[in-house]
Write a protein that binds this ligand. Structure first.
Ligand SMILES: *Cc1c(COP(=O)(O)O)cnc(C)c1O
Ligand SMILES: [Zn+2]
Length: 483
């Protein structure tokens, strides 16, 4: 076995650390929120400083060698095991091909049109087609470790969601199998058949109640308080930990030099942006990257509590207020009271302390800009979802405001695959947005299939005649030259 295939020997000493009251709790129990104050946790490795005994360039080498590992426990997000959850054993690690998503340079035409160099990191190329798999791989590996240590014979994993969280949770639960069982709670009638198909296909128990997402959330939180269930919504700090791998991969791709990078991330419940900042800070603490990149959060004007908070210049004057959301095409980020807001504040302070003013910023974009953005980038060979379109709109906004310095380039997060959000593309092409969205499509971009012959022709003509008729119709439609 090559060195890069050998599972690391280092073990950390992890604790939950409450951002509300500062209390600490051991990780031999799955705690969703702080039992003392109800606050959200971060996971803290008390033995982190021992990692600093290895110089930063040696860590770079270790991670670079591991990138070619054939050990599946080290193939995905746990390539960065020591920075992630170094309390797990090799046998605990669940690998479904998550992580290592490609960073694709903007098409030359698109970059020229936009006036800046940028790339997309396609997190839609994860197994359930969104970044949520990074967090679930970590959360389910931890659950497996708990099951092994406690000998549990029945564990119910529960989440409330209408989209990517339930798809990812159901996928990982069905792969691990007994004693894990997956339950997904959805608001009845508020999900499309496509949104339903992933947890159903994974064999999860799909339960519905009347109401909206927030109603479901309250129900599962009540369940978590009173019954032994593992709650997988994004207060779960193991998910945040797994999502840090996104930052590690960006740093590694750019050869551990991200000083001139601006990383754009859409903000919904704010777990992802928390993880991205937390991840870069860890690399910086260990000297693996010499300088932090800049991080730009992006929010729609229909769901922008984090933008509003940071739009106040003087930190002493800032006040957090949840907002009432209105319908957004960036549906996965349509959240008025993000549960991870305390985590954002925690890391944003550290980010600015090291990177200076402007190291962390939040931008606001319109629904129109998000939709136009998604349509435009995908017409240039990208595969961005609406939230990926939101990042592109954020990049354009940053350029407009003169926020990016000469020589800086951008990395945009396409958080899910375009196909998950095909419904919004359909609405754009057929000019069918309900008025609440406030999106007016550019109809010159409306792309629809054209039927060239009708069914009667198919019946009337012999197979050979049909082929000739169809070819002739196509040649006429395209104005093809004979040869
Ligand atoms: C969950 C999700 C988001 C929002 O991420 P948060 O961590 O809630 O801020 C954005 N895009 C997609 C595709 C998602 O699934
Ligand atoms: Zn607390």
């Amino acid at each position: 076995m090559r060195n890069a295939d050998v599972f690391p020997r280092y073990r950390g000493n992890m604790e939950y650390f409450c951002l509300g009251c500062g209390s600490r709790h051991g990780v031999d129990e799955l705690l969703y929120t702080c039992p003392t104050c109800g606050g959200v946790f971060l996971l803290d490795n008390l033995a982190f400083d021992r990692l600093a005994e290895t110089p930063g360039d040696e860590w770079q080498q270790i991670f670079d060698e591991r990138a070619a590992s054939r050990n599946t426990a080290l193939r995905g997000i746990f390539r960065f095991y020591e920075l992630m959850a170094p309390v797990l054993e090799e046998e605990d690690i669940v690998y479904l091909g998550e992580g290592n998503t490609p960073i694709v340079e903007a098409s030359p035409h698109l970059a020229e049109k936009t006036g800046v160099r940028f790339a997309y990191k396609n997190d839609g190329q994860n197994p359930s087609a969104s970044f949520k798999d990074r967090g679930m791989a970590c959360a389910f590996s931890y659950l497996k470790a708990l099951v092994r240590r406690h000998g549990w014979d029945d564990v119910l994993t529960v989440c409330a969601s209408t989209g990517d969280t339930s798809a990812a949770a159901a996928l990982y639960a069905s792969y691990v199998g007994a004693p894990l069982k997956s339950v997904v709670l959805l608001p009845h009638g508020k999900v499309t058949p496509q949104q339903l198909s992933q947890p159903l296909g994974s064999g999860a128990t799909v339960l519905e109640v009347p109401g909206v997402f927030d109603d479901c959330m309250k129900v599962v939180e009540h369940l978590a308080e009173h019954y032994r269930v593992a709650l997988l919504n994004s207060k779960n700090s193991w998910r945040i930990l797994g999502q840090e791998s996104y930052a590690f991969e960006i740093a590694q791709w750019y050869n551990w030099d991200v000083a001139d990078k601006c990383v754009f991330v859409p903000i919904g419940n704010a777990g992802n942006i928390t993880a991205v900042m937390g991840g870069f800070l860890k690399l910086h603490r260990l000297g693996i990257i010499p300088a932090l990149p800049r991080v730009f959060g992006v929010q729609s004007h229909h769901a922008d509590p984090v933008y509003r908070y940071y739009s106040v210049d003087d930190p002493a004057e800032r006040e957090y207020r949840p907002v009432t959301v209105t319908p957004s095409v960036a549906q996965a980020a349509m959240i008025g009271n993000p549960v991870s807001f305390p985590r954002v504040r925690h890391f944003a302070e550290q980010f600015e302390a090291i990177g200076g003013r402007g190291a962390f910023q939040v931008l606001q974009v319109t629904e129109q800009q998000i939709m136009d953005g998604m349509i435009e980038v995908n017409r240039h060979g990208h595969i961005a979802c609406t939230q990926g379109g939101e990042c592109f709109a954020g990049l354009k906004r940053a350029l407009e405001l003169g926020l990016m310095a000469e020589g800086q380039s951008a990395v945009l997060d396409a958080t899910a695959h375009a196909m998950k959000f095909a419904g919004f593309q359909d609405m754009y092409f057929s000019n069918a947005f309900p008025p609440e969205y406030g999106v007016v499509p550019d109809m010159s971009l409306a792309n629809r299939p054209e039927l060239l012959l009708d069914a009667a022709d198919k019946d009337r003509l012999s197979p050979t005649e049909f082929t000739l008729a169809a070819a002739k119709a196509i040649a006429e439609r395209l104005g093809l030259q004979g040869k």
